[in-house]
Design a protein around this ligand. Structure first.
Ligand SMILES: Nc1ncnc2c1ncn2[C@@H]1O[C@H](COP(=O)(O)OP(=O)(O)OP(=O)(O)O)[C@@H](O)[C@H]1O
Ligand SMILES: [Mg+2]
Length: 405
């Protein structure tokens, strides 16, 4: 957790401090180093614990609190001071800034504002260019044709990532109309994307986690709305906020896109760190890959994030060779997932992810190796050995020896 910000807080008002503390405790990006109820002790607390951020609530005694801010700026210059107050008048903000505060937040603190402030502080610490306060990875799984295997990959990749205890993973079903990620995980969720999107500004992080359905694999699922008509309640801006909030809470977000390339899907593409474009080696799929890549090239910053994943590699029936496919697309294929209909359909019908249902199957191992190639920290669980053990050595050639970017 190299990008975690260590924070110390002072607020003589116990209930306000508790509320703020609860909000902060739900955020993986924050490590609460110390809390204090007296302004006069806080400078010592900061000197001893050296937090990255000192949060000073002004309301109980603004003069005393601002004196403290000035002392902190002088004695602990590496600690960025963030102040909160229910009075947002210009004079107070000016005094706070002149005393050395780096950020001013109005009480009650909104999660969006807090995230923005923490992001700016993290950026100032890391230098420009990295506005992510922590290394949350957003994976958008898109497809070139219906039924190409997008959800199979999204669900199983999320479950494999969640096996690593260092990871916290959320899976969001953005196929708002017909999404079936819940079926793959045999989950009956209490809340859906529409509930979270509509309450995004009011949610704190623990409430957010409670709104998601935790699967036994460790994955938190945020499913599509139940009613078709509720789709319209989710706007692109809502989704941007939801993804922002999830990024502050989870190390990995896996977004299963629809094939409609709607404004919602475009937000996912825009906010993704990697886009896996799933295709099969047949004419309709590859023609769409070419069309999609041509549109992505017209969009800012999308095409470079795309990695082509060939699904059901090895499936006979009028297939185009990998070489021909790469020539047609004008881009290397990043990964190939072997064809294994029986294993895949059994996992889906039982509502059990591949890591639980068929951990040794070549397709499971291939998805694990894909996770490893995407995030070097992930260990492919002895993918090669498992394939050799199961006598599927010939499938190894379906996987690139080295991932190509
Ligand atoms: N590698 C694979 N080998 C064999 N069958 C597969 C493979 N991947 C997926 N399938 C099968 O293909 C079918 C469609 O998969 P899936 O639902 O994941 O596709 P999708 O792209 O999400 O579809 P939709 O467009 O409806 O969202 C399923 O029956 C699934 O079991
Ligand atoms: Mg799907």
């Amino acid at each position: 957790m190299t990008n975690v910000l260590r924070l110390a807080i002072v607020d003589p008002d116990d209930s306000k401090r508790e509320t703020l503390k609860n909000m902060l405790l739900g955020m993986d990006m924050i490590w609460l180093e110390a809390e204090c109820s007296r302004y006069e002790f806080f400078a010592d607390v900061v000197a001893q614990t050296n937090p990255d951020i000192g949060l000073v609530a002004l309301d109980s005694d603004p003069d005393k609190a601002l004196e403290l801010v000035a002392r902190l700026s002088e004695n602990s210059p590496l600690c960025a001071v963030l102040v909160t107050s229910s009075v947002s008048d210009g004079q107070l903000i000016l005094r706070a800034m002149r005393s050395g505060a780096k950020e001013f937040l109005t009480h009650p603190v909104r999660i969006d504002d807090l995230l923005g402030a923490l992001g700016r502080i993290a950026e100032r610490r890391a230098g420009p260019g990295d506005n992510r306060p922590r290394g949350s990875q957003v994976l958008a799984i898109a497809g070139s044709l219906g039924g190409v295997g997008t959800t199979s990959l999204a669900v199983n990749l999320a479950c494999i990532l969640a096996q690593n205890p260092k990871n916290s993973v959320a899976l969001v079903d953005l196929d708002l109309c017909l999404g079936d990620a819940d079926v793959f995980l045999d989950a009956i969720p209490d809340y859906t994307l529409v509930d979270v999107a509509q309450n995004v500004t009011r949610l704190d992080f623990s409430l957010l986690k409670r709104s998601l359905t935790k699967h036994s694999s460790g994955v938190y699922l945020l499913p599509r709305p139940v009613q078709l008509e509720d789709m319209a309640l989710i706007t692109a801006d809502d989704l941007r906020r939801v993804i922002g909030l999830l990024k502050a809470t989870f190390t990995h977000l896996v977004l299963d896109l629809s094939k409609g390339y709607s404004p919602i899907d475009l937000v996912a593409l825009e906010m993704a760190s990697h886009i896996l474009l799933v295709t099969q080696l047949d004419l309709p799929c590859l023609r769409n890959v070419v069309r999609l890549m041509s549109s992505f090239n017209e969009m800012d910053g999308i095409a470079d994030k795309v990695k082509i994943v060939v699904n059901r590699a090895g499936l006979e029936s009028g297939h185009i060779t990998l070489k021909k496919a790469e020539e047609t697309i004008g881009k290397e294929v990043f990964w190939q997932l072997p064809n294994d209909y029986r294993t895949m359909i059994d996992a889906r019908n039982n509502g059990v992810p591949l890591v639980e249902q068929s951990p040794k199957a070549a397709v499971t191992q291939s998805i694990a190796a894909l996770a490893a190639a995407l995030f070097s920290e992930e260990k492919a669980p002895a993918a090669e050995a498992a394939v050799k053990r199961s006598g599927l050595g010939s499938l190894l050639k379906l996987w690139p020896a080295k991932a190509k970017g």
